[in-house]
Design a protein around this ligand. Structure first.
Ligand code: NZQ
Ligand code: ZN
Length: 386
């Protein structure tokens, strides 16, 4: 097992009616910027519940943060933070609103001239403007981790940022919010969390037995509950298991002490930047193709997953192949298409070569747990899913 440091500073308030804790969780005398997305919180009652708890604070609102949060929108929010002297932010939304808030946490205290450098130059955020979150969509784990992904449509980029200054101070995770989610977002949440576990598990065997077993437990639970999440999102117990799986998939625990991959996400972000396909759906496109392409190096772990999680028996290569097929079937059972052509992308000529190059050259990233996936490999992996 590799050495690791584990620091999970976010206070997670999980369960029914936890928003009632808000007035105690937000530091006294805060001037609060309440951030939200396109308006779902105003239709499903979450806004009302939150605003009722904020009467003792000076609150300013900023709505309109889009899915795949846009830099240009966030710059408008940054202006509000500066002119209104905001000293606390409350993100009410899914991964996009929370990630947008993380960018603001960093940008508000940034001393450089151009806040895009935080993303483009990969500058870690050591200290950020404090913020809390009210999660409305289980999927990303952003409510308890210190990462964020920000898009810039003018340049066709979707880039990641991170650092210890980006952990939320607290997060309210009430599974009741699942009841209001459309089928598309339920499916996305399951596929995203599932892939988060896979990115940290599907590498090569190590001695990290507990990390493996926790990962396999999350994967098995997601497979078990997926049909019910889709058909009974109002079932609190199902929703609670779903929300906790999504959190555990990317709250930092299962990545400790083990090699990680993250190539599926890196490629998925480029596909979203190029075509606007939902984040989780890009993962469902890339994952099966990536594992078929890398089956030699991942065979032992794929077979372990096939046997322990999917209950497949037989020789390792066969189990590994079937495991990939069944994982693709699992995504499709959620109503998620796994071929680019199903998203009206019929050839890769429209896939910006600049995106592929960007991964390798400009930011010096060569993907995969063995750092052996280059531009040409990315194109082969994507050509197989046209
Ligand atoms: O904008 P509103 O109107 O709120 O609608 C949203 C949005 O259209 C809607 N929604 C959210 N909660 C709802 C709801 N609709 C009804 N009822 C509710 N309770 O759902 C739509 C999608 O929301 P979004 O926040 O974009 O989804 P998600 O949580 O999947 O976040 C995706 C973003 O997170 C990034 C992705 O790249 C993408 O930009 N990720 C962040 C990560 C992290 N910070 O750790 C890791 C992930 O791998 C991922 O990359
Ligand atoms: Zn993801």
């Amino acid at each position: 097992m590799n050495n690791f440091n584990l620091h999970l500073p976010t206070q997670l308030c999980f369960g029914k009616d936890q928003h009632k804790e808000l007035s105690k969780l937000i530091p006294a005398n805060s001037k609060v910027l309440l951030l939200y997305g396109g308006g779902s919180i105003k239709r499903n009652g979450i806004y009302e519940k939150v605003i009722r708890e904020l009467t003792s604070f000076d609150v300013i609102e900023f709505g309109g943060i889009e899915a795949n949060p846009q830099y240009s929108t966030l710059l408008q929010a940054l202006e509000v933070i500066k002119t209104q002297q905001i000293n606390f932010m409350l993100a009410v939304g899914g991964g996009s609103v929370i990630d947008g808030t993380k960018f603001l946490a960093s940008a508000a205290l940034y001393s450089g001239d151009n806040s895009w450098d935080i993303l483009e130059k990969g500058q870690r955020t050591e200290i950020g403007l404090p913020f809390g979150t009210v999660l409305t969509l289980p999927a990303t784990g952003s409510e308890m981790n210190s990462g964020a992904v920000i898009s810039r449509k003018e340049t066709g980029q979707k880039l990641t940022m991170g650092g210890p200054g980006l952990f939320p101070l607290f997060s309210i995770a009430d599974p009741c919010v699942v009841a209001s989610l459309p089928q598309r977002q339920l499916a996305n949440g399951i596929a995203d969390a599932f892939t988060h576990v896979m990115e940290q598990y599907m590498t090569y065997p190590t001695s990290a037995s507990l990390q493996d077993r926790i990962s396999e437990g999350i994967l098995s639970t997601l497979i078990d509950i997926a049909p019910k999440v889709m058909s009974e999102p109002e079932n609190f117990e199902v929703a609670a298991n779903f929300m906790w799986c999504c959190n555990m998939a990317l709250n930092g625990i299962i990545q400790k002490g083990v090699p990680t991959d993250w190539s599926i996400h890196a490629i998925g972000h480029e596909i979203t930047a190029a075509y606007g396909i939902d984040h989780a759906r890009t993962l469902a496109i890339v994952l099966p193709s990536m594992y078929r392409y890398k089956i030699e190096k991942k065979e032992t772990k794929l077979a372990q997953y096939g046997r322990r999680v999917l209950g497949i028996s037989g020789d390792s290569r066969k189990v590994a192949e079937l495991a990939i097929d069944q994982t693709e079937d699992f995504f499709r059972s959620l109503g998620i298409s796994t071929k680019l052509s199903e998203y009206n992308v019929d050839n890769l000529s429209s896939f910006p070569q600049s995106c592929v190059n960007a991964m390798e050259k400009q930011r010096n990233i060569i993907l995969g747990e063995h750092k052996d996936i280059r531009s040409a490999d990315v194109l082969s992996i994507l050509e197989a899913v046209i």
